[in-house]
Design a protein around this ligand. Structure first.
Ligand code: NDP
Ligand code: 8X3
Length: 256
């Protein structure tokens, strides 16, 4: 098994859901954590929960992944003892709305494309060159079943996750021979703030998404992410598609 003890793990979108669960799971491996999100207070609360001291064994970054200069400043400005990132978990992402394409809101499209595709690219562009220089590192992208199958109303969100799938494959090709690993973990339905964000705070509508079925928990996905990161260094898990037992495909869900 690949030991993560004292390795530097950088997680985007660590203030909630899958990213927060990844932070907890990686903390259990003895890794040092760089946690990024816009909501700094949430990250500070998480550092307290994990009993870690910001700056010492955990580093918190308030950054909007859509802001390329800010991303570059944050990564290039890391203190020297934090600069050698071993594992990057590209998790920050969101969906907005479930409108038919011809009725879609342009702002929703822009936000999903800016965060899910461009944000992932900005972070990757800032972090991966250092890994290449050091001859090692692991990029783990959070894709989705929505990156393999399109569902009604999913249009642009699905397109962004298809793009993440293409970027994961592209990274693996371009990084061949560098010693870096690239994995993608693609979940089905996970109960997080995802649907609340998609429906802009409408908790009744968000709750209905998971009604009558047992969704995945964000800890289930963190478990898969840590599994990828702890394989021996000659093993690259290209992709894990993780579905709830109650969900057979993007469109077929069993509800009691
Ligand atoms: P949550 O809404 O619970 O978490 C999303 C995270 O992304 C938050 O920490 C949020 O932090 C961060 N984020 C959003 N926008 C930005 C931004 N502009 N800059 C920086 N960080 C941002 O959702 P999930 O945990 O479910 O989602 C995590 C990932 O998992 C996403 O990529 C999503 O597409 C993917 N996914 C989710 C599934 C699900 O069913 N939940 C299934 C398949 C994939 P903050 O707001 O503080 O900036
Ligand atoms: C999130 C999974 O099916 O709600 O990526 O789009 S789904």
């Amino acid at each position: 098994m690949y030991s993560l003890k004292n390795k530097v793990v950088f997680i985007t979108g660590a203030s909630s859901g899958i990213g927060r669960s990844c932070a907890r799971a990686f903390a259990g491996t003895g890794a040092r954590l760089i946690l990024a999100a816009r909501r700094l207070q949430r990250l500070e609360d998480l550092a307290v929960e994990l009993k870690r001291k910001p700056g010492e064994d955990i580093l918190l970054l308030a950054v909007d992944v859509r802001d390329q200069p800010a991303v570059e400043r944050a990564v290039n400005g890391l203190p020297v003892e934090w600069a050698a990132i071993d594992v990057l978990v590209n998790n920050a992402g969101l969906s907005r709305g479930l409108d038919k394409l011809h009725e879609g809101k342009l702002d929703d499209w822009e936000e999903m494309i800016d965060v899910n595709i461009k944000g992932l690219l900005y972070i990757s562009r800032a972090v991966i060159p250092g890994m290449v220089k050091r001859g090692g590192g692991h990029v783990i992208n959070i894709g989705s079943i929505a990156g393999h199958e399109v569902y009604p109303g999913g249009n642009v969100y699905c397109a962004t996750k298809f793009a993440v799938d293409a970027l994961s494959k592209g990274m693996r090709l371009d990084l061949s021979g560098t010693g870096l690993r690239v994995s993608q973990v693609s979940p089905g339905m996970v109960e997080t703030e995802f649907s609340l964000v998609r429906f802009r705070g409408d908790s009744e509508r968000a709750g209905k998404v998971y009604q009558g079925l047992t969704p995945l928990s964000p800890d289930d996905i963190a478990d898969a992410v840590v599994y990828c990161a702890t394989r021996p260094s000659h093993v690259n898990i290209s992709e894990m598609i993780v579905m709830p037992t109650d969900q057979a495909s993007a469109t077929l869900v069993h509800r009691k």
